[in-house]
Design a protein. Sequence first.
Length: 480
Amino acid sequence: MNVLDQIRLQQRRTFLGKIGRGTGALALASLLNPSLVFGSEVSCARPSEHWRGAANPLDFAPKAKRVIWLGMAGGPSHLETFDYKPTLGEMSGKPMPESFTKGQPIAQLQGQQLKCFAPQWGFKRFGNCGAEICELLPRIGSVADDICIIRSMTTEAINHDPAHTFMNTGTTISGRPSMGSWVTYGLGSDADNLPGFVVLTSDGRGGQNQPIAARQWSAGFLPSRFQGVQFRSKGDTVLYLSSPPGVSREQQRDVVDAVQKLNQMENSLVDDPEIATRISQYEMAFKMQASVPELMDLSNEPNEILELYGTKGSDGSFAANCLLARRLAERGVRFIQLYHRDWDHHGNLKNDIKLKTEEVDKPTAALITDLKQRGMLDETLVVWGGEFGRTPMAQGNGRDHHIKGFSMFVAGGGVRGGVTLGRTDDLGYNAVEDVTPVHDLHATMLHLLGVDHKKLTYKFQGRDFRLTDVSGNVVRKILA
């Protein structure tokens, strides 16, 4: 019996076996890999093909090609960064008016006496636009004319992990695709030898080191080829990427080719999207063995660039990660997400937020400046912010979590620079003008990338899901 006859026989046996196993196998498959049962209306590319995106052609002419998301994990206080409230200072130590707080969600201050807590640092005006920014952020102030500050953000989750989940996926329900996965699923990537979605994390001084779960960059029910890949800026960049000792690149190529052929044979029989993912990712891993060491080697960066960011090399700092973000963007990576921890200032706010701003002020401004100098800022959307803000009420000498109004900023990629959108009330509690829910930020991001957020969907368990769930509006006031 020749090979073709064997394959045909195997196909008949597979078909009859599946019929015999019946609904029990279907139920088991739905538990083990729901995408096999419920699937998507849009199939992925052949395993050997470069994924060009589900939103092809795009719905609009794109203003941005990529996203760099600077996540300040822990919830930076808007009242000590971008939202100056002198009235709050005048009321410091006095009871918080009940009209603000009655019936409102509160994290750790439940049942406690709520007192106003003055801004702990002063604010200055920066740039031709005259943006009011905390004195702790003079470097970001120096690029005020390039950024758009949004002072009216709101979110739905008041504790860290669900708030990160909501900011990343548009829902507090774990297991949904992250925004980076949605973007790479929708647009593909311009990088041939790097993942389309890369994550970098860093720690620092001051505050509580909140954990960041890897599911925050999960692909959820999307094919797993779209999940984020964490690059470590110290030690092995990607675990198990290097070839074993004594194995040459040519030998590694032979092994990869042999494994790929076996996977392709299996995929021709069962047509499993996860086998297709395995095939594409084996090839990507082989390419990364050469591309990642070159990416992470900052020794070829001029001294003036290292000084601009405030780093001496790949030291694991937020500064080094910002420089790596620029290098990833140059190499065609579609979505680059940085997390910098320790912004959870329930106490010792005045001193600890000074430590945090010292770590992020210079490299954040350097990234924007560097992208602009290279002609890349216009096509790169930069987003800066945390999962929520902090309360105007005191928690000892710190602030509790706050979701009713906080600040973020965006820059480049079709966004108007030198603009401040929205405002909170006089005490910084409620967003009261141009209120901007997280879904609106997601919708705007996709719009700038050329995608209608209502059309980028994936069918799962009989429902069409999207990043913005059943809401979201493009914030047109900030578009250039």
